[in-house]
Design a binder for this molecule. Structure first.
Ligand SMILES: [Zn+2]
Ligand SMILES: [Zn+2]
Length: 206
């Protein structure tokens, strides 16, 4: 579980490892997946745990081993926490990282295998404090966070952290070709992104 240090009467996370970064959150989102923790579908939440896996912000502190980012950089932070060097990360299967979930044994008992560590997603997936907060500790910060060009607003890039790739992947799995007719069940945010991605894959406007 991520520990926090307190400074000037305000609890905020601190650097625990040279590959950490601390991000000051400028935008964060709630997600339908958060409901899985609230309704107990995904167990092992504890009092005081912080949800949130769709967030972005400004780098305010960096561990000594993170050389590709600097303080003041604006970044989006992906849902999955990935080490960058295990078999799965090396084959770009980031969500299966073997090194970022310290509680992988618990997840294996529940699901038969473990995913990567995830921000704000119960102790089954590492017990990492999530992004519905003022500050977040981001492990393996040299791998996950992506720098955002200045001209793009938070609203233009925030959804890249989880929900847009989720809808995009659904369309990708369908191997859509130009002219195909596509049905999408469920028109929440992920469905909307799946529809947009399907149009994009088909090369035709609505
Ligand atoms: Zn989400
Ligand atoms: Zn990995």
């Amino acid at each position: 579980m991520a520990r926090r240090t307190c400074a000037s009467n305000r609890c905020r996370p601190g650097i625990l490892h040279p590959r950490d970064a601390i991000v000051k959150v400028t935008s964060t989102a709630i997600c339908g997946s958060d409901l899985h923790m609230y309704d107990g579908y995904i167990p092992t939440m504890e009092k005081g745990d912080i949800l949130g896996h769709e967030f972005m912000g400004e780098i305010v502190e960096l561990g000594g081993d993170v050389t590709n980012l600097k303080r003041g950089d604006r970044v989006i932070v992906p849902f999955t926490i990935s080490c960058g060097s295990c078999f799965f990360c090396q084959t770009q299967l980031w969500s299966l990282c073997d090194n970022s979930n310290p509680n992988a044994g618990m997840a294996e008992k529940a699901y038969g295998y473990s995913a990567a560590g995830l921000f704000g997603y119960s102790h089954l997936f590492g017990g990492y404090a999530g992004g519905q907060a003022e500050y977040v500790r981001v492990p393996f910060a040299d791998v996950g966070p992506l720098k955002v060009p200045e001209q793009l607003s938070d609203e233009q890039v925030l959804f890249l952290t989880d929900i847009l790739p989720t809808g995009y992947q659904a369309a990708e799995f369908c191997e859509i070709k130009a002219g195909d007719t596509v049905a999408v069940w469920g028109c929440g945010p992920v469905g909307q992104f799946a529809i947009k991605s399907a149009y994009r894959a088909g090369g035709r406007a609505a």
